[in-house]
Design a protein around this ligand. Structure first.
Ligand code: PHE
Ligand code: ZN
Length: 884
């Protein structure tokens, strides 16, 4: 832990490196109480920077330096300086081989960065700056090197020794053995990986578009071999999709995935050797929900796609993180849309963005997708860089068209293969391939905050002209008080009274150009006039959520109902339903605040009844339409989030709907459950849709507290042949007042799954999210449960994160106990795992959203963390920016 105040790194200070590392030869000797790392680096002066020889400053942290030599000559300790973060020496020639040997302690590495132990195995995590905890190096992404790695360990306990690239040699030395791997592709150190363990693998192969055979291996601990098939299928689908959609072929002869239990993030795209959080690889019908299956598919695809968008073409510096992450999230989202229901995928992503990224953009950590400065880069693996970054790439495709976008990505990959580049290079390739000028569009990379887009319309019957006027603005964010107008692509259509989509001809055009088009709004205020419009139309705007903005349009309830029925854009049909629900919920929230008795609005129940009766409606869509906006989204949308009023209003509406629609819901539920019983589980779109609807209905029905529903819920919990139905039923029981059934179900579940860590995570989360009284005490008690561990990030996320981030009514309890609890956990975790500590803090950073009393309590806890001493850079940055 540090004592001095950490300093921020600035994008504007970027300088190319003084030296490059052409070749990197590593040798790891792994033991239980220490490991040694020998590195032979072929260092070369960057000739672009001159012919003098400045000092070579290598990064290194928590390394015990054993020896240093240059070109075979051992250096005396007077010839170099070692500090907490660097090894500095004076080169005598412009090219030389530097050899260092260090001792490190993976066995006591709880930060899970660098080389560490997860259970019995050794593994690494080097992005962003973890390699410097392994050996002295130029640990920056614009230094790319060819790696050869030898790993040595005990033969019996670590039969599998892996690193990047292809295996080239192996051998034995008594009780120990070794393996050497060679990666022919130059890469930055953040893509380095090593694994040693008693691992088993499922093996398959893929024939690439140029007929090369690639061996595919997924390594897991032996007890998990039965849970790998879904990930393997997902991998093969991803490889095929990237060939078909982006023309990208895999390059090495082998592609490996390793599942580890202790991992700070979802997964990591190390060249040829992806390392995954086991939660993003393992899935079986009995142990993983549909959502978990879809997450595995998406993360496997995401990491695989990085082989081109990230590895072959990488980032020049960490300010460019969205270059690889935003683009790759966009790629994986499109992949998932092609594999499953496109509309549902879009709805899920937009709900997530609006609930979480919009909140980040409105808070103290708001930053552009390409930040200008950071104290700790780990804090910038954010929803803004990832999800908003993906939205920005999506807007590019919307503006350039699918073909233009593909030409741009082809040029980008071709032009920059093997290079470390910037977001500007990406945009330049898109411009050059399309003859486009994207200079104003680039403001999306430099300006933070969620733009507002207000829309008004004017219809002139006499001239048959219809004018849409857009006004855009963007709220101030830290360090950015004034914003310039963005380029906002508004995908749109105009509907006639009977739901026809009208031909769209702008004033000045010779003819209509289809019934859907994209308006590029680029000025603070801008109007578009359509001609030949015989009667006032109903506009369908921002279709498929074509830009990450907050749009306001004044629709009447009738208009929303018409959009729900007739809009040919599935996303906008759902959006109309959301807007109707929001209007009703906001009315109820105001009524709670005014102390009025709540009255149910019959309109929504009528709409839902119609939807339930419509047998032609896609079940996935129906499930989405029946989902009310979450409390978290309502809080984000509110000027001041009134936690209790939001909770009461929403619970009131849910109960009212359940009572009004009991008969059709109960009938539909039973039919769906009967189908589930008869069919073998498959994680396909149709079945996922069915279970999703079934789950939504059960949750509504349970609010009626009817005995027949309780019995059905217990039946589903006990008899379901898959985790989706079982967990849905468990969640309903946990949130109900049926104390006996709840206790029994929880006990039964824990008994059955006690040895399955990932299932126990779900058991912790369900309880952490309970709306019933006493949840915080229950969470505290569960921290003592044998399946819980403070050192395992998945456990922290499930239980502590589940409570603080997914349970607003209890986290924001008026007595401040929720805040105190979170601060205590952050203080304890700060020393153990700074990245997890810092992420956990997010809910406290949102204090400005709440009324003064809560603000004071939340700030007081942030102050307490700040004063607790010995803060990691990670926690320091978030706390100090939140209190600024
Ligand atoms: N680069 C990883 C991804 O695919 C995320 C990650 C970042 C993992 C840092 C570990 C550490 O998004
Ligand atoms: Zn990624």
């Amino acid at each position: 832990m540090r004592s001095e105040t950490p300093v921020a790194v600035q994008l504007k200070d970027y300088q190319a490196p003084d030296y490059f590392i052409e070749r990197t030869v590593l040798d790891f000797d792994l033991y239980d109480d220490h490991s040694t790392v020998t590195a032979e680096l072929t260092v070369l002066r960057n000739s672009d920077k001159g012919s003098d020889l400045p000092p070579l400053v290598l990064d290194g942290q928590e390394l015990e330096l054993l020896s240093v030599s240059i070109d075979g000559q051992e250096l005396p300790s007077s010839a170099y300086q070692v500090s907490d973060n660097h090894l500095t020496l004076q080169p005598q020639t412009k090219r030389f081989v530097l050899r260092t040997q260090v001792r490190i302690h993976p066995e006591s590495n709880t930060a899970l960065e660098g080389l560490y132990r997860s259970g019995k195995m050794f593994c690494t995590q080097c992005e962003a700056e973890g390699f410097r905890k392994i050996t002295y190096y130029l640990d920056r992404p614009d230094v790319m090197s060819a790696f050869t790695t030898t790993v040595r360990a005990d033969k019996q306990r670590f039969p599998v020794l892996l690193s990047n690239g292809n295996p080239v040699a192996q051998g034995e030395e008594g009780a120990r053995h070794w393996a050497t791997w060679e990666d022919p592709f130059k890469k930055p150190a953040y893509l380095f990986a090593l694994v040693a363990g008693d691992l088993w693998c499922v093996e398959d192969s893929f024939t690439t578009m140029s007929q090369r055979e690639v061996a595919l291996r997924i390594y897991v601990e032996p007890e998990n071999l039965g849970k790998v098939q879904h990930a393997m299928d997902s991998l093969k689908k991803s490889m095929k999709w990237d060939e078909e959609v982006y023309g990208r072929e895999y390059d090495l002869d082998i592609f490996m995935i390793v599942a580890v239990s202790d991992f700070n993030m979802g997964a990591m795209e190390n060249k040829g050797l992806n390392i995954f959080n086991s939660s993003c690889v393992l899935a079986s019908p009995e142990t993983a929900t549909d959502a978990a299956h879809q997450r595995v598919e998406a993360v496997v695809a995401h990491e695989y796609f990085h082989n081109w968008s990230g590895n072959r073409v990488t980032c020049r510096d960490w300010f460019q993180l969205s270059l690889k992450e935003g683009f790759t999230v966009f790629r994986d989202a499109e992949f998932s849309a092609d594999m499953n229901s496109r509309t549902v995928k879009r709805i899920e992503d937009v709900v997530f963005l609006r609930t979480n990224q919009f909140a980040e953009d409105a808070g103290p950590m708001a930053h552009p997708i390409r930040p200008d400065s950071y104290i700790e880069i780990s804090n910038f693996y954010t929803l803004t860089v990832y999800e908003k970054g993906s939205e920005v790439v999506r807007m590019l495709r919307t503006l350039l068209g699918a073909d233009g976008f593909r030409k741009g990505s082809d040029l980008y990959f071709e032009r920059h293969d093997g290079q470390a580049v910037t977001c500007d290079d990406f945009i330049k390739a898109m411009e050059d391939a399309n003859g486009a000028d994207l200079s104003q569009f680039k403001r999306w990379y430099s300006q933070a905050g969620t733009p507002r887009l207000a829309v008004s319309s004017y219809y002139d019957k006499a001239s048959a002209e219809y004018t849409l006027t857009f006004q855009q603005s963007c709220p101030a964010t830290p360090g950015q008080s004034e914003k310039l107008p963005f380029v906002i692509p508004v995908q749109m259509a105009l509907l006639s009274a009977d739901g026809e989509h009208l031909p769209l001809q702008l004033k000045g055009e010779d003819s209509a150009q289809g019934c859907e088009r994209v308006l590029a709004v680029s000025e603070a205020e801008q109007s578009f006039t359509f001609v030949g419009i015989e009667a006032e139309p109903l506009p369908s705007l921002l279709r498929s959520f074509s830009a990450p903005v907050k749009m306001s349009v004044e629709y009447s309830r009738e208009q929303l109902l018409a959009l729900m029925q007739h809009d040919s854009d599935g996303f906008n049909r759902w959006e109309a339903a959301q807007q109707l629900q929001l209007a009703i919920l906001n009315g109820l929230i105001a009524a709670v605040q005014a102390g009025k008795t709540l009255k149910s609005d019959p309109q929504l129940a009528e709409v839902f009844a119609g939807l339930l009766a419509d047998s032609s409606l896609d079940q996935a869509m129906l499930a989405e339409m029946l989902s009310l906006p979450s409390e978290a989204l309502l809080a984000e949308l509110a000027e001041v989030a009134d936690v209790e009023a939001i909770h009461q209003a929403r619970e009131f509406l849910r109960k009212a709907l359940a009572q009004a629609l009991y008969a059709p819901m109960w009938q539909r539920y039973q039919a769906l459950r009967a189908q589930s019983r008869e069919q073998a589980y498959a994680a396909d779109a149709e079945q996922i849709a069915r279970r999703s609807l079934q789950g939504k209905l059960l949750a509504y029905l349970m609010l009626t507290e009817k005995t027949e529903v309780k019995a059905a819920c217990v039946e589903q919990f006990e008899q379901a042949h898959n985790m989706t139905e079982r967990l849905n039923a468990l969640a309903c029981l946990v949130n109900s007042s049926f104390a006996a059934e709840k206790a029994q179900a929880l006990a039964q579940f824990a008994e059955h799954f006690k040895d399955d860590a990932l299932v126990m995570d779900q058991w912790f989360s369900v309880q952490a999210g309970s709306v019933c009284p006493g949840t915080l005490n229950q969470v505290k008690a569960l921290m003592q449960h044998p399946a819980f561990s403070f050192k395992n990030p998945n456990k922290i996320r499930a239980l502590i994160g589940g409570f603080c981030a997914q349970n607003p009514i209890h986290f924001h309890a008026a007595d401040g106990e929720g805040y105190r609890f979170l601060a205590d956990q952050v203080i304890a975790l700060n020393a153990l795992n700074p990245q997890i500590a810092s992420r956990l803090l997010t809910p406290l950073t949102r204090w400005r959203k709440y009324a003064p009393a809560r603000q004071a309590q939340m700030r007081a806890e942030l102050e307490r963390i700040r004063a607790s001493g010995g803060l990691s850079k990670d926690v320091f940055e978030v706390v100090s920016k939140s209190l600024a």
